[in-house]
Ligand binder design. Structure first.
Ligand SMILES: [Zn+2]
Length: 351
């Protein structure tokens, strides 16, 4: 397959340019790709006044930048994110992104931190299969999971998420884009935009990929207020999004009590568990034990501080100190735990 690659530059700074893959231009031959290139590129860039185009070319799938996909169960491929906080050096590529291939079509679970990351995932999928990408499921609103979505909607995928995701993402959209522009740089973010889901999951839903069904389940407020987990009925594989962190310190952006409630109710035993960050786990215990222990101790420490009348400004650094013994195996521990302790304090002071 050949892909249309448009070199787009920041209109305000023509030195900042990035190659964008426009899925609408996919074609079986280079000739067919080139024939439509000018029209597709022209329409795409005309809709984006913040960008200018310099040239478009057609490249074979093998010549396009991809991400590494690893098959973790039959027909299930995962790009494992780097276990770190978002920084320029890792291009924000820290979230695990998954691909499930059915008989008729493909579902993608989470899209990455930028158009650039999303399209590298798209190209990696195209090295595996030419089947249509029918669905993109967003596990929650966080930018490292959702900002790569536009390339999949252009490829024809229906974007699905918790019904609570759109207002949460819209409220944070400008902040996310400004922060990522600052951290990753404007070049890396060329073509990145907010894509809202069109298929909203109130409680549960199903995706039929042909001889393979994915079950989607919205979760009560835990990591965020719009978490959604996905289960593959064929292999029992569970995609938890950031309801499970491994290696990277868990971030409380929803409710620590809600998260612990979710952790206390393990799903039916099944296949592999793909966390939002970190290594794939073979079972529930392996996936969540370390995280559950950390969150329980965090909640207990915060409750004690509140009970003893400590103001938050005094409590937070003390809690970080108290929990330091648990830091082994968690990246970015003190910084994230300080933020988590603040969030938990605000939640638990009303108990
Ligand atoms: Zn998250």
């Amino acid at each position: 397959m050949f892909h249309l690659i448009l070199t787009a530059c920041v209109a305000a700074n023509s030195g900042q340019c990035l190659d964008l893959l426009l899925p609408e231009g996919d074609a079986a031959t280079q000739q067919d790709c080139l024939a439509a290139a000018q029209r597709i590129s022209g329409e795409w860039i005309a809709a984006r006044p913040d960008l200018t185009a310099t040239k478009s070319t057609c490249r074979e799938t093998t010549e396009v930048e991809t991400v590494d996909l690893e098959e973790v169960a039959p027909g299930i491929w995962v790009r494992r994110g780097i276990i770190a906080q978002i920084e320029a050096e890792n291009r924000g590529r820290i979230a695990n992104l998954s691909v499930v291939i059915g008989r008729d079509s493909v579902a993608v679970i989470d899209a990455g931190a930028s158009r650039a990351e999303g399209q590298a995932l798209y190209a990696a999928i195209r090295r595996l299969t030419m089947k249509p990408i029918s669905h993109l499921v967003l596990t929650h609103m966080h930018p490292d999971h959702v900002l790569g979505a536009s390339v999949f909607t252009e490829a024809g995928a229906t974007v699905m998420a918790s019904a609570k995701l759109p207002p949460a993402l819209e409220a944070r959209a400008m902040t996310y884009l400004e922060n990522f522009d600052r951290i990753l740089g404007p070049r890396e973010m060329i073509g990145t935009s907010i894509t809202l889901p069109v298929a909203l999951v109130e409680e549960s839903d199903r995706i039929d990929l042909g001889e393979r069904v994915l079950e989607l389940r919205a979760v009560l407020t835990a990591h965020t207020d719009n978490d959604l987990m996905v289960r593959d009925e064929t292999t029992g594989a569970l995609f938890t999004g950031d309801l499970v962190f491994r290696g990277l310190t868990p971030v409380v952006d929803g409710s620590i009590n809600g998260w612990l409630n979710w952790l206390a109710e393990p799903p039916a035993p099944g296949g592999v568990i793909v966390p939002g960050h970190g290594e794939i786990a073979q079972n529930w215990q392996e996936a969540v034990a370390k995280q559950a222990d950390l969150l329980v101790q965090l909640r207990d420490s915060v409750r004690k501080s509140i009970a003893s009348g400590q103001p938050m400004s005094v409590a937070v650094p003390e809690i970080v100190d108290q929990l330091q013994g648990l830091a082994d195996g968690w990246t970015d521990f003190p910084e994230t735990i300080a933020r988590d302790a603040t969030a938990a304090y605000k939640e638990l002071e009303w108990e």
